[in-house]
Design a protein around this ligand. Structure first.
Ligand SMILES: [Ca+2]
Length: 81
């Protein structure tokens, strides 16, 4: 009984977050890319330097792969809800 409860807690701690940020969450103009301005809505503390770090292709836009990589590598964290 006690053991089952602990197991359930461990699963809850390590489960993937229910909310994962995707481009469509922050893309307000519908072009499937995230500009600095759009990103800054989700991340008010965003700096140009941090955005450049996320934008690995250096085209001033963040696509789904760049966003996923940035979250995966901890460059940015999921925004607070
Ligand atoms: Ca880019």
């Amino acid at each position: 009984m006690r053991r089952a409860a602990v197991g359930a807690m461990v699963v809850a701690l390590f489960a993937a977050p229910a909310f994962a940020l995707t481009v469509s969450d922050v893309d307000t103009d519908g072009d499937s890319l995230v500009s600095f301005t759009e990103m800054a809505v989700a991340y008010p503390d965003l700096t140009e330097a941090l955005f450049a770090e996320i934008d690995t292709s250096d085209d001033s836009l963040v696509d789904e792969a760049e966003l996923a990589a940035a979250l995966d590598q901890g460059v940015i964290l999921e925004p607070a809800e």
